[in-house]
Design a binder for this molecule. Structure first.
Ligand code: ADP
Ligand code: MG
Length: 249
């Protein structure tokens, strides 16, 4: 069984006056357990691709299969972390984290129990009653991460999750996300992360899918065979990063 299959996916946005093709014939597959980064220039359709994989948008051509089922609408066992955190400013941390469970019709008592588990996992214990405005960027993204984890996803999609954070906070969170991915007690099996950072992709991914500029095609699918934990200062690391650079520029 294939875990995730993106087959000949295209996307054209159309309104009354014009149409814009952002993705053209994108195909790739992801195995269970992989950490995959999708990299490409701004405007190449990376967010669009992730939205289609999570069922928040639909392709205009081709199909997406998650565990052999065609993705049509928001898929079970798939969750998304957004670049902009996507928190509700008028809700507390706890209520932001439980919102997906509420939408699923899970009772408040059970929602809180599930949320508490993931609030602890992301290091936000004690901040349940805080509001987003009281949190740093890194903590806001931890809320986004906890909310995604409450869906107990096997496929975790992340759209440039660290790009709004300072370098130090971003690096801490990268390492924590790798720990979550490796954690046998969590349902997350595969991570599909969009980024425009080449070093970030080499630091995190087993495989890097490189997209061209719009209309985006897959220009390369690069296996990253470096041992973990990775060190950005290693020669093998910079060689891999250089290889990706040369594919893009
Ligand atoms: P990326 O994440 O790679 O920067 P996006 O997927 O956000 O790219 O967007 C790709 C292109 O599609 C952009 O030119 C953007 O303006 C356009 N686009 C994105 N969403 C919509 C939409 N809902 N309607 C029309 N155009 C859109
Ligand atoms: Mg984007």
């Amino acid at each position: 069984m294939k875990f995730l299959e993106v087959k000949h996916v295209s996307k054209t946005y159309t309104d009354e006056s014009r149409s814009l093709t952002v993705l053209k014939d994108i195909s790739f597959a992801a195995e269970e357990g992989e950490f995959i980064c999708v990299i490409g220039p701004s405007g190449s359709g990376k967010s669009t691709l992730l939205r289609m994989i999570t069922g928040l948008d639909r392709p205009t051509g081709g199909e997406i299969y998650f565990k052999n089922r065609k993705v049509e609408g928001v898929a079970d066992k798939v969750a998304m972390v957004f670049q902009s955190f996507a928190l509700f400013p008028w809700l507390t941390v706890l209520d932001n984290v439980t919102i997906g469970l509420e939408a699923k019709g899970i009772k408040r008592k059970d929602r809180i129990a599930i949320a508490e588990k993931y609030i602890d996992k992301v290091g936000l214990d004690g901040f349940e009653e805080a509001f987003p405005r009281e949190l740093s960027g890194g903590m806001k993204q931890r809320v986004g991460l906890a909310r995604a984890l409450t869906m107990e996803p096997e496929l975790l999609c992340m759209d440039e999750p660290f790009s709004a954070l300072d370098a130090f906070t971003a690096q801490n969170l990268r390492e924590e996300v790798l720990d979550l991915w490796l954690d046998e007690n969590l349902p997350v099996k595969t991570v599909l992360m969009v980024t425009h950072g080449i070093e970030e992709a080499v630091f995190m991914a087993d495989r890097i899918i490189v997209l061209s500029k719009r209309p985006a095609k897959v220009v390369a699918d690069v296996k990253v065979d470096l041992p973990r934990p990775r060190n950005m200062k290693d020669r093998a690391f910079s060689e891999t990063a250089d290889r990706i650079y040369s594919l893009i520029f």
